[in-house]
Design a protein around this ligand. Sequence first.
Ligand code: FAD
Length: 324
Amino acid sequence: MPTTADKLKERFGAQYKDNESLAKHVNFRIGGPAKYFVEARSTQDLIDAVKIAQEYALPYFILGGGSNTLVADEGYQGLVIKAANRNTRYEGDLVTAEAGVISATVARGSADKGLRGFEWAVSLPGTIGGAVRGNAGCFGGEVKDNLVSVKLLRDGEVIDVPAADMHYGYRHSVLKESGHEQDVILEATFKLTPGDRTEALALIEKNLAGRKASQPLGSSSAGCMFKNYEYSSDEEIQKIISKVEIPQAMKDMHRLGAGWIIDQLGLKGTKMGEAQIAPQHGNFLLNVGHASARDIVTLISFVKTRARDEFGVQLHEEVQYLGF
Ligand SMILES: Cc1cc2nc3c(=O)[nH]c(=O)nc-3n(C[C@H](O)[C@H](O)[C@H](O)COP(=O)(O)OP(=O)(O)OC[C@H]3O[C@@H](n4cnc5c(N)ncnc54)[C@H](O)[C@@H]3O)c2cc1C
């Protein structure tokens, strides 16, 4: 039997690399190498790479744009498959994008065709695959709002899964549930609403400006580090209620902004090594130089401990860990 590297080289040629630095494939610019790395330029590439990993009992990880991933300093001992299948099809009010298509490209492309409903995604970094897995959202929109179906590779078979079976919730999908973590998104179909092109393009610009005003741009981060804190009754948040005034909008949604919590703790700007909580936005952790994954993880633990001890709130990471 040929070695794993030989098999990958034979199938993927120059699209295969060993010991590829992952720091250059993720927004954080942090992390060690992947022992095996394949750039999947087509959906068939994605399927074949997964099949080879399974044949060799090799762990694999699908990387999209790397905008929500923190890679360990030691790297990853398995196969990283970078989704770079980038075709998009428009049919009437339906748009089907392959997993490796950049989400912002779909937002712009649809708006340009006068299709409404995806403008929110114009400032979302990363790919459709990453967005569909995490039910990404901003500016009042979320993937689940327009999703019709997803083509998945599950247990070696290609299947069409209707949106209802994706188990969508806040930054949640079935792919985060036990037994489905290895499912691979191949493409996704969205249903948009025909409308006014000029209005759609104006909203695109407005959303881009909104992002510029609210978040640190051009820094190395993974976007929001923690999920906002959802609660069902005031009893659950007694400790924080006794210490600070909760804004009405958060009370109405039964959701405390993680950035707001970190701000109330007075932690904006805190630095550990070369990792820093953004001075402008408490939920953004930045690599301000040559931070290690260890620096980031230390800062994450510090924030979680303070939130738990002072406010009785257990924060959970939105970022996905690789190689830890
Ligand atoms: C500056 C900045 C701002 C951000 N703002 C927002 C925001 O407003 N709202 C928001 O929701 N997010 C935000 N994020 C987070 C991130 O952009 C989203 O989560 C994005 O959808 C991730 O896509 P990606 O392709 O980069 O995912 P990656 O980081 O590459 O991967 C994330 C996870 O998805 C999995 N994955 C990726 N592709 C596939 C696939 N084809 N099949 C199966 N699994 C797959 C990976 O294995 C990993 O577990 C922000 C990030 C940054 C850096």
